[in-house]
Design a protein around this ligand. Structure first.
Ligand SMILES: NC(=O)c1ccc[n+]([C@@H]2O[C@H](COP(=O)([O-])OP(=O)(O)OC[C@H]3O[C@@H](n4cnc5c(N)ncnc54)[C@H](OP(=O)(O)O)[C@@H]3O)[C@@H](O)[C@H]2O)c1
Length: 193
């Protein structure tokens, strides 16, 4: 697939390299006149939004109606000062993004995985679970396939509203990794009996 990735940081480049390995084509966009957000978004059949939470409004504005009818994959985590989650309970970063682009098919995924593990979906021999939330079934299936292509075990976590649970899961991971000292070679795996 042709995938426009907004953000050339840890996450954008990691997911980009995982997808390239499987033959997907990537165009990056960021705040650079030679690699614009609009160009990458227009080019991509799927748009991945991999910018800091505080930049989401700006990036979403730059994407605008280009996102109409497209899959927009939201990987963001709303982490504020002192590593606090800035949004939750009655909404989520993903649902707020959906409000900003009502005709896009917003899907939440990859936010529960450290960037260091996003290009393979594995830690050693262990496959990580990729939790995926979204309201559009086809869009969710597209993201599940992209996750599978990288090497993850994709799990449908329900409607976009489930982002309210996935976003705090990322906070736990960040705490385990960076506050409690486990480092970034850790991740979630759903065990099914
Ligand atoms: N790092 C992780 O392990 C991890 C894991 C899961 C989820 N996340 C989430 O993923 C997102 C990205 O994290 P990251 O670690 O990749 O961040 P990062 O390394 O700081 O990269 C952020 C990227 O966003 C671009 N950017 C910033 N503002 C922009 C704007 N207004 N329009 C377009 N591009 C913009 C930056 O490029 P320019 O400055 O050149 O525009 C940069 O390429 C965050 O929301 C984070 O919470 C991170």
């Amino acid at each position: 697939m042709k995938i426009g990735i907004i953000g050339t940081g840890n996450v954008g480049t990691a997911i980009g390299s995982g997808l390239t390995r499987k033959g997907h084509k990537i165009k990056f966009g960021h705040r650079d006149p030679n690699e614009t957000v609009a160009d990458a978004a227009k080019w991509g059949e799927v748009i991945i939004l991999a910018v800091p939470y505080e930049s989401v409004t700006d990036a979403a504005r730059a994407i605008g109606i280009i996102a109409d009818g497209k899959v927009v994959l939201d990987v963001t985590n709303a982490v504020g000062d002192n590593m606090n989650l800035l949004i939750g309970f009655s909404t989520s970063a993903a649902e707020e993004l959906q409000k900003k682009m009502p005709k896009a098919h917003v899907v939440k995924a990859f936010n529960t995985v450290f960037a260091q593990n996003q290009s393979t979906g594995r830690i050693g021999d262990e496959k990580l679970t990729l939790f995926i939330a979204g309201d559009d079934v086809k869009a969710k299936q597209t993201v599940m396939q992209l996750g599978r292509d990288i090497g993850f075990d994709p799990v449908d976590a329900g409607p976009l509203k489930s982002a309210r649970y996935l976003e705090p899961m990322a906070m736990l991971l960040i705490n385990l990794g960076y506050v409690l000292g486990m480092g970034n070679r850790i991740g979630y795996r759903l065990v099914k009996g």
